[in-house]
Design a protein around this ligand. Structure first.
Ligand SMILES: C[S@@+](CC[C@H](N)C(=O)[O-])C[C@H]1O[C@@H](n2cnc3c(N)ncnc32)[C@H](O)[C@@H]1O
Length: 313
């Protein structure tokens, strides 16, 4: 289906109060949705955590940027051994009914094994914690039990009111939804709140989300199709709260690390799906202008996804 069909639908939905929730419904219709989300969130949370060298035996505080529709990532951080977790989003999308369904899967052997392999707690201690979690009757009781603070919407000041410094900062497919100006503020804030030599790990998806699998997928386009358009044209189609992606490559994030003196330990670029190459001559000048440094145009389509691992020097 032509990507503009989905773009128009999202643009219209974004003008309604429940637009983002309605846009999310098709994904939840899959029978295995809650199991898949739980496995994915636990897996990705631990994959990122593995790149850090944090000693969880001391009281540690984590910050998650972009909670989304699931609290499983924040819960996983707690089950690993973080003493306090602050999870923030621009919109409040967590539902207790969904959370209950996902918590059930924490006892699944594959998921439990993933957590216990990296946790500071013994297996029977994790089991006790999960049993308690499965009995909670409200979001507030979960937050109290695991010392999780959910700020949505949030401001940087509110984060600081809850913790001045963090031992670990992470995000999962969130940064691509943040405009360049806010990203600039976020990296500056990271420099301020990340404890010295501690880790901040972001997984970023760089592709045109209209090429994502699903009923509305446009199979005819390159996964970097969106780089062909001017800012004005792209804003018309996708400059709304549901569809917005910043169209930035990993180079932009490396530039921000340099600007704020954050030490890049590694950037792990990946191509996780079949590539449909975009002729780099088609890349619009508005895209090239987003970078401060002189860029190699091939770098803009080099990776579909990547994990940025940084420390505060
Ligand atoms: C694709 S979802 C990912 C959510 C979750 N991390 C996950 O893995 O399912 C992107 C999320 O980023 C959030 N987001 C967008 N801009 C943000 C910002 N400036 N700060 C924090 N979160 C933001 C959106 O509201 C949305 O929940």
């Amino acid at each position: 289906m032509n990507w503009k069909v989905k773009a128009l639908l999202q643009k219209n939905l974004s003008t309604t109060k429940l637009g983002d929730n309605l846009n999310h419904i098709p994904a939840t219709l899959n029978k295995k949705y809650n199991y898949n989300v739980t496995l994915y969130q636990v897996h990705e949370c631990i994959r990122k955590f593995n790149y850090s060298n944090i000693n969880l035996s001391l009281n540690k505080t984590a910050l998650e940027i972009g909670t989304g529709y699931s609290l499983i990532s924040a819960i996983t951080l707690s089950l690993l051994g973080f003493e306090k977790i602050i999870t923030v989003d621009v919109t409040k999308d967590i539902r207790f009914s969904t959370l209950k369904k996902q918590i059930k899967y924490l006892s699944n052997s594959e998921i439990f094994q993933l957590i216990s392999s990296k946790s500071i707690y013994k297996k029977h201690e994790i089991t006790t914690k999960i049993n308690k979690l499965q009995k909670i009757n409200s979001l507030d009781s979960l937050f109290k039990l695991l010392n999780i603070k959910y700020l949505a919407p949030y401001s940087f000041d509110e984060i600081i009111q809850n913790s001045k410094m963090f031992d670990y900062v992470s995000s999962q497919v969130v940064l691509e939804h943040i405009p360049p100006k806010t990203l600039n503020e976020l990296f500056q804030f990271t420099k301020q709140i990340l404890r010295k030599d501690h880790f901040c790990i972001h997984t970023i998806n760089f592709i045109d989300h209209f090429a994502n699998p699903g009923f509305f997928q446009d199979k005819s386009i390159s996964e970097f199709n969106f780089l062909k358009y001017s800012d004005q044209y792209w804003n018309f189609w996708a400059g709304n709260s549901i569809a917005y992606t910043n169209r930035l490559s990993y180079i932009f994030y490396l530039e921000l690390c340099k600007k704020y003196n954050l030490n890049v330990i590694n950037f792990i670029g990946e191509n996780y799906r079949v590539r449909k190459e975009l002729n780099s001559e088609l890349i619009h000048n508005d895209i090239i202008k987003k970078y401060n440094s002189v860029i190699n145009i091939e770098d803009l389509t080099k990776y579909q996804r990547g994990t940025l691992i940084i420390t505060n020097t």
